[in-house]
Design a binder for this molecule. Structure first.
Ligand SMILES: *Cc1c(COP(=O)(O)O)cnc(C)c1O
Length: 376
């Protein structure tokens, strides 16, 4: 069997489109520097990582063994407590964040979720799905949580368990909430019933390599952390990793055992290819390779900020961020470069695969739009 000539042509055109769109986007946090063609033979098999990656199941067409290695490597990067963590490869951080909040709710059914107004749009949906009480906290201008507003708000609810949803790299400005500050606020208010989830969708794969190291991981007080695999690590299929302290997961495993099952993941069938991709990237790069990749992105972000400032655009970035923020340019320019924009701000993100030469093209374009000398 073969596709018709017309259908084949359609796919060829679509490929060209995807290639062009992929080359020209600067606004979205997807690495573009990967090649997983090594895995084409695996496309012949129904690999499905259904169930708990750590449990033997009767279905054997899984990549659970690679998934477990990915989880172990990420657990080390995020300083998870030895022998007291659990996790799985998700469809992305929306699922990982849902999972973290789910664990928090099972531990503290009457807890209140606190998250800043700079949080990803999916957080409101997640607390709605879980039917959790929540309060939005103000964000500072740079996108980081306003700790004074957090303190004032927590003060009024000292009798209620606090579930803090921390952003480790906000969507617009890549601001990171500081877990050490949050912990000390909770300590001062003597709120011991607490749960902290880190939404490290973008920065989970960056922050471990930064100096100073941001306070965001298990050693800094997180109870669970979500990372996206298709963002900084890079993957043709959306994916992510969620890790949590094992004691919290055992709690939900037990509570589900009441209704006769012991499944610990949100979805049943799970992608079997994405754990292979993540495993491949980690093994290909090694820790030093990952560090080099982070440093390269930081250098491109610094270059972009400089070049934009030079032509009079007030571009800025948070400390050690790869996201460069500036006032939204014309709609044409936003569309051409697929810039993410909100509240009159736009950004470009120096993801792996973005080179100084891409920045030069963008800056040139911006310059001619500013001077209205553009021909296109
Ligand atoms: C991208 C992102 C998410 C959602 O992650 P997906 O992997 O797209 O589901 C959540 N939070 C932040 C801060 C993000 O940047």
């Amino acid at each position: 069997m073969d596709l018709s000539a017309e259908d084949k042509h359609r796919l060829e055109c679509f490929l060209v489109n995807i290639q062009q769109y992929s080359a020209s986007f600067l606004g979205y946090p997807s690495a573009k520097d990967f090649d997983f063609s090594l895995f084409k033979d695996f496309l012949h098999y129904p690999i499905n990582n259904i169930g708990d990656p750590f449990k033997e199941a009767s279905f054997k067409v899984t990549s659970h063994e690679f998934e477990r290695e990915v989880l172990k490597d990420v657990a080390e990067m995020l300083r998870a407590p030895e022998g007291n963590w659990w996790g799985y490869v998700t469809n992305g951080s929306t699922e990982g964040n849902l999972y973290g909040l789910y664990l928090a709710r099972e531990l503290f059914p009457n807890g209140i979720v606190y998250f800043s107004q700079a949080s990803h749009y999916s957080v409101s949906k997640n607390v709605h799905i879980l039917n959790m009480r929540h309060i939005m906290i103000r964000a500072q201008d740079n996108g980081e949580m306003d700790y004074e507003d957090l303190t004032d708000t927590l003060k009024i609810h000292r009798d209620v368990p606090a579930i803090i949803f921390a952003n480790i790299g906000t969507t617009m400005t890549e601001a990171r909430d500081d877990l050490k500050k949050i912990q000390s606020i909770l300590d001062d208010l003597a709120i011991s019933n607490r749960y902290i989830h880190s939404d490290a969708a973008l920065c989970g794969a960056i922050a471990p390599f930064l100096d100073p190291r941001p306070a965001f991981d298990f050693a800094d007080g997180a109870d669970s952390i979500a990372i996206s695999g298709h963002k900084f690590m890079g993957s043709p299929i959306p994916c992510g990793v969620v890790l949590a302290k094992k004691e919290a997961v055992d709690r939900i495993a037990q509570s589900i055992a009441y209704i006769g099952t012991l499944d610990t993941t949100i979805t049943g069938s799970r992608n079997g290819l994405t754990p292979l991709f993540l495993w491949y990237s980690i093994h290909l790069l090694g820790v030093e390779g990952m560090r080099r990749r982070v440093n390269k992105s930081l250098a491109v972000a610094a270059y972009a900020t400089e070049q934009l400032n030079e032509i009079g655009v007030t571009a800025w970035r948070n400390l050690n961020a790869i996201t460069v923020v500036f006032p939204s340019p014309s709609v044409d320019l936003q569309q051409k470069w697929q810039l993410a924009s909100a509240a009159d701000q736009s950004h470009i993100i120096a993801m792996p695969g973005v080179e100084n030469s891409d920045i030069d093209c963008f800056v040139n374009d911006t310059k001619c739009y500013l001077r209205q000398t553009c021909s296109n």
